[in-house]
Design a protein around this ligand. Structure first.
Ligand SMILES: [Mg+2]
Length: 270
């Protein structure tokens, strides 16, 4: 006589195992790691600092320029005052010449690959820049990149020979930054999202205190090291892509406790 229970047992076991696998798969699909990537522009996406390239061409009084930079780096003046002083040193601005400077800017050789990876994986990528909207837009267009960005705004005089800046994303309580990368990062990241920041320089030093995952090179890496901020060293965007892909696959990506506390302290202060 056939014992049906004996035959049914392995079937039930297989059915339960399959359901468990399916359940885990559905759960993974429903709860993907929600990360948002914030990326600096000059020296991070572009190989050179476009603002500095611009100054090299249009500022003739180099010692006055060096003095402005020194006063900014020593904390004597803030970013907005520094930029305004630099703009006043620019004589005989010429938009055609400026376009030529912009059009010869190269970007990180792996940035396009990184951009495609973000798009394919529905990862939101946002540029936070202390540079100017005019050249960011043009560089992105030159390389067929469609990325939202926050930056300072270039204003050209009626005769086209001088420039000034507008700071639509500054923080009135902070003189250090033209664009408050910290405020944008905090406002754009939901409570259950993980913020990733990629940068290279002085204008990124505030934001890294509030980001969950930091990729740093150059002066920013030194700053993170000195200030005990956990960061991943990178040379180019292939390094960043590989690390993010690995973290997402291992599902070990999570909010950084210190960054969470720093964010909470800002909210508490209002
Ligand atoms: Mg930079």
């Amino acid at each position: 006589m056939i014992n049906y229970d004996e035959h049914r047992f392995p079937f039930i076991l297989t059915f339960v195992t399959l359901n468990k696998v399916l359940f885990k798969f559905i759960l993974a699909c429903l709860k993907p790691e929600k990360i948002k990537i914030y990326c600096d522009f000059d020296g991070t996406i572009t190989l050179n600092d476009v603002w500095v390239e611009m100054g090299n061409v249009f500022i003739t009084d180099k010692s006055a320029w060096n003095n402005v930079i020194y006063r900014f780096e020593s904390g004597e003046i803030g970013a907005r005052e520094c930029f305004s002083a630099e703009c006043s040193l620019i004589k005989n601005f010429n938009i055609e010449k400026f376009n030529e400077i912009i059009d010869r800017q190269e970007i990180d050789p792996y940035f396009k690959e990184f951009y495609s990876y973000c798009n394919e994986n529905h990862i939101k990528l946002i540029i936070l820049s202390e540079g100017l909207d005019y050249y960011i837009k043009r560089v992105l267009s030159n390389h067929s990149l469609n990325i939202p960005f926050y930056s300072n705004k270039l204003l050209i005089s009626d005769d086209g020979k001088s420039i000034s800046l507008d700071f639509p994303y500054s923080d009135s309580d902070c003189i250090r930054c033209g664009v408050s990368k910290r405020n944008i990062l905090m406002n754009q990241t939901a409570d259950d999202e993980i913020s990733v920041f990629i940068g290279d320089g002085f204008s990124d030093t505030c934001a890294v205190h509030y980001a969950d995952i930091v990729f740093a090179k150059g002066a920013l890496a030194s700053y993170c090291w000195k200030n005990n901020i956990t960061y991943f060293d990178y040379r180019n965007f292939l390094d960043v892509l590989k690390k993010i892909h690995k973290l997402l696959n291992l599902r070990t990506i999570k909010q950084r406790q210190t960054a969470r506390i720093n964010r909470r302290n800002v909210y508490m202060r209002g």
